[in-house]
Design a protein around this ligand. Sequence first.
Ligand SMILES: O=c1[nH]cnc2c1ncn2[C@@H]1O[C@H](CO)[C@@H](O)[C@H]1O
Length: 343
Amino acid sequence: MAKDDLASFVAGLPKAELHVHHVGSASPRIVAELAARHEGRGPVPADPALLAEYFTFTDFAHFIEVYLSVVDLIRDAEDVRTLTYGVAQDLAAQQVRYAELTVTPYSSVNRGIPAEAFCEAIEDARREAEKELGLVLRWVFDIPGEAGLQSAEQTLRIALDQRPDGLISFGLGGPEIGVPRPQFKPYFDQARAAGLHSVPHAGETTGAQTVWDAIRELGAERIGHGIFAAQDPQLLAYLAEHAIPLEVCPTSNLRTRAVADLAEHPLAAIVAAGVPVSINSDDPPMFGTTLNNEYEVAARLLDLDTAGVAELARQGVRHSFATDQVKTALLSEIDTYTATATA
Ligand SMILES: O=c1[nH]cnc2c1ncn2[C@@H]1O[C@H](CO)[C@@H](O)[C@H]1O
C-alpha cells in the first residue's frame, strides 16, 4: 500500500492504546510549559529543537535518566493536570477512543505531591477528556523498578488507599537488568486480590526469563513489550496457547537500543507464532513517534493492507480491559470506518 494511503487510513482509524506512559507522553509544548514554569529545574531544555536532541538515548539506562529529569518538572497538582489533559488531547487527535495510561504515582509523590492531590488531578483530567474529547482514559499504576521494593510498597498503598475511579491495572516499569521480577510478587498478589489487572513490563531489554517470571510470579495478563519472548519457542507457544498479549512498541525498542534496527524487530516472528499483540507508542515524544506512526511501522513490518491494519486496531480493543460496552462500540466504529475508507 502506498505510504500516503497508509498514513491517511491510519490517521482516521479509531484506536485503543494500551501501552503509553504519562510523563513519557509529555509533548515538547507541555515540556516547554513545565520547564518555563519551573525555570532552572534541571537539564531539560525548554526549546523544542534542543529537546529533540535531548531525547536521543545512548542506551536504556540513559533513557530512564532522561525520563526522570522530565519527572522532575512535575512539581504540583496543576502540573499533573496540565500534563494529563495535554496527553489526552494528543491521543484524541489520533482518533484514540480508549487508552490505558501508565502512571507512576510514586515518582511524583516522592517529589512532594500528596497522593490525594495527584489522584484528584488525574481524575479531573480523565473526566474532562471523556466529556470534551470522547476519550475513555483508564490508569495503570506502575512500580518504577529502579526504585526497588519501597516504591512497590508505596505504589500499592496509593493504589489501594486512593483507588481513583479510573484505576484498573498494576504494572512494573523501569530497567529490567538488575531488577528481577519475582521480588515484586507480594505486591502483585495484593493488587490482583483487590481486583487490579497485572500488566508488568518484561522481555524488553532482557531475555525470555523475565517474561516467564512475569507470568508465573506476577500473574501477568498482558506483558509490556515482551519482545525477547521471540528467543524462546516454548514461551511463544505458551503465550499463544494462553492468549497472553504482548504490548509491542516498535520504535521504542529501536530508540532505547533494545533492537539495533527495525528490520531485526521480532514482531513478525511473534505474530507468526500466533501470539496476540497490540501496537503502542510507549513514550511517543521521547521516541520521536506517534501511535499513528507505530501503526505504519507495524504495517510495514507485517506487510499489511488496510484490512490488516484495521485488524491491528481491533486487537488493541479486544486485548484491552475496557467494558464490553466500550469494546462493542469501538469495534463497530472500526468496522464502519474501514468499510467507508476502503469503498
Ligand atoms: O519503555 C519503558 N520501559 C520501562 N519503563 C518505562 C518505559 N517508558 C517509560 N518508563 C517509565 O520509566 C519509569 C522509571 O521510573 C517507570 O516507572 C516507567 O513508567
